[in-house]
Design a binder for this molecule. Structure first.
Ligand code: ZN
Length: 270
């Protein structure tokens, strides 16, 4: 048995911690990039908002305006906002790719035990993309890192984000479900090519990823299927049911059971 003196033990623990930290950053270079954003040609223009130095002043002003509007959408959808992600606005795709694990899309969010970030590329300069990413971050903030990563199906995570993203959703919640039914009908050939919810639980299943490439047709079908399901469920359970499922999953309750039971509880009794 190895016997270490107190000093040796402290040194070994310290070395091991440094090793873990280095491994963590090497494994996820985007997280390191986010944490060192201020040394990469980005400036802070508001608390928790960084923009690429190549961003013009009018674009910076619109960004701040859109962020404000997105905050309002999140607060009205959730009742309050718990997420405090740092926002990083990139001026081109090359910058964006340094921060995002997935290179597609107009924005992405990164949640880690040491912080969370929303990264936007120039296409993300609008309230819909920002609110969408904030909604992912909100789930992350309310559930914590472990639970958000391991307990939520991808269709629920994306479906929720769609509820505050009016590119695809009707701003009026009472018309949202019917809008998704129509979209789903068109994109899935009356449901014939629609994925089942159990097929879009994982990230790869949702995006139809093969050899690192997302399948755009499958991705679109997964989005409308998620939007249709989540708008249907929320139409029944409302904000009350939403807050309840978050609480239950945080308490360790299995997602599928909680989802079903909350729906049954809110379903109109005949
Ligand atoms: Zn999303």
């Amino acid at each position: 048995m190895i016997r270490w003196s107190g000093k040796q033990l402290i040194i070994n623990i310290l070395l091991f911690s440094i090793f873990l930290l280095a491994a963590y950053y090497l494994w996820f270079p985007p997280i390191w990039a986010c944490q060192t954003v201020r040394f990469r040609g980005f400036s802070k223009i508001a608390p928790s908002v960084y923009v690429s130095d190549q961003t013009s002043k009018p674009r910076q002003d619109s960004l701040l305006q859109f962020i404000n509007q997105a905050h309002k959408r999140i607060r009205s959808f959730w009742g309050a906002q718990s997420g405090e992600a740092t926002i990083i606005f990139c001026s081109n795709r090359e910058e964006y790719q340094k921060f995002c694990l997935l290179y597609e899309g107009a924005g992405c969010s990164l949640g880690t035990p040491t912080g969370s970030w929303i990264i936007l590329n120039p296409d993300g300069l609008n309230v819909d993309v920002i609110a969408h990413e904030m909604c992912h971050d909100e789930l992350f903030a309310r559930l914590g890192w472990m639970k958000a990563k391991s307990s939520l199906p991808q269709w629920f995570d994306e479906g929720m984000a769609l509820m505050v993203d009016y590119r695809y959703s009707d701003p009026d919640p009472s018309r949202r479900y019917i809008g998704y039914v129509q979209e789903w009908d068109i994109l899935t050939n009356h449901g014939k090519t629609a994925p089942h919810l159990q097929d879009i639980v994982t990230l790869n299943g949702f995006f139809g990823t093969q050899r690192g490439q997302a399948d755009p047709t499958r991705t679109a079908q997964s989005y409308v299927t998620s939007g249709k399901e989540v708008s249907r469920w929320l139409g029944l359970v409302g904000q009350d049911g939403l807050l309840r499922i978050i609480q239950q999953v945080r308490d360790g309750y299995e997602f599928d059971n909680a989802y079903r039971e909350i729906e049954q509880y809110h379903r109109p009794k005949l």
